[in-house]
Ligand binder design. Structure first.
Ligand SMILES: [Zn+2]
Length: 273
């Protein structure tokens, strides 16, 4: 259904679908995980209340006569065992449905991370240097069209039809070299940031669009009057001055002081950055 409505690329892995949006997934509820969480919750209820409530006691007694495959308590114990960390004590996991759901979420994330190709992006995200929350804000905010979002996810999952993918995974072609300049393999990373042909024009355009948004935000923050209300329509002028003349913003030119930078903000009375 998601693929039919272009919300999920035909090829990416499915594990990422069930990881929380703040952690890079799509935040869907996996039926199997929901089932396990409920079974563990019911078993916990039976085990803790059978002495206090005679009806719960009857249900628990009935449970004990069921064959293993039909028994909630046996199924729950099996699922609990699967979720336990290798060095964890046997009674350490009995602490509520929220904790069980968190464990199930962690296990799905681990499954995604362990996928050789689909997990490459999440494995390479260095949480020491990069904030996980900010990295995946674009997913949790939901500002993008579903189709655009699924294309970006497919790129991160390495499943767009590059020549390298077609050669090594689909086996539909035999040449994996970049179609623009046949020197390096045409991978997603190569297209995004390492192609010498794209670097001459496309990368500069992309760089300038990012800086244009930065310029737009700085103009707004410093009370510069702008012609356009949306950043994607904003075309930076070479010099902008805020109302009252306190701040001057230069675009794509050398600042009159030291290092050349693409964008410089000069505050007349205070600080230069
Ligand atoms: Zn190339």
């Amino acid at each position: 259904m998601l693929t039919m409505y272009k919300m999920h690329h035909p090829k990416p892995g499915i594990d990422r679908l069930y990881v929380k949006m703040e952690e890079g997934g799509k935040g869907l509820v996996q039926i199997e995980a929901a089932y396990k969480a409920e079974i563990i919750n019911i078993a916990e209820y039976l085990n803790t209340n059978y002495k206090k409530d005679q009806f719960v006691n009857i249900v628990k007694s009935q449970e004990s006569t069921q064959p293993n495959m039909n028994s909630i308590i046996t199924t729950a114990a099996k699922s609990t065992e699967e979720l336990r960390q290798p060095n964890e004590k046997s009674d350490a996991i009995q602490d509520g449905i929220q904790h069980t759901k968190a464990r199930l979420g962690e296990s799905l994330k681990k499954k995604w991370k362990n996928k050789v190709m689909h997990g490459q992006y999440i494995r390479n995200t260095d949480r020491q240097l990069i904030s996980e929350e900010d990295t995946f804000l674009w997913l949790s905010k939901g500002d993008l069209k579903a189709e655009t979002e699924s294309e970006l996810v497919a790129a991160q999952d390495q499943t767009l039809q590059t020549k390298c993918y077609a050669t090594n995974i689909l086996n539909t072609v035999t040449d994996s070299k970049c179609r623009l300049y046949q020197q390096f393999d045409e991978t997603i990373d190569h297209i995004i940031s390492a192609c010498s042909i794209l670097a001459k024009e496309r990368y500069i355009k992309r760089h300038d669009r990012v800086c244009a948004q930065l310029h737009f935000n700085i103009c707004k923050d410093t009370a510069v009057q702008l012609d356009k209300k949306l950043w994607n329509e904003h075309v930076p002028k070479s010099v902008e001055t805020s109302q009252g003349g306190k701040v001057t913003i230069l675009w794509n030119q050398l600042p009159p002081t030291t290092n050349p930078t693409l964008l410089s903000v000069i505050m007349k009375r205070e600080h230069v950055c």
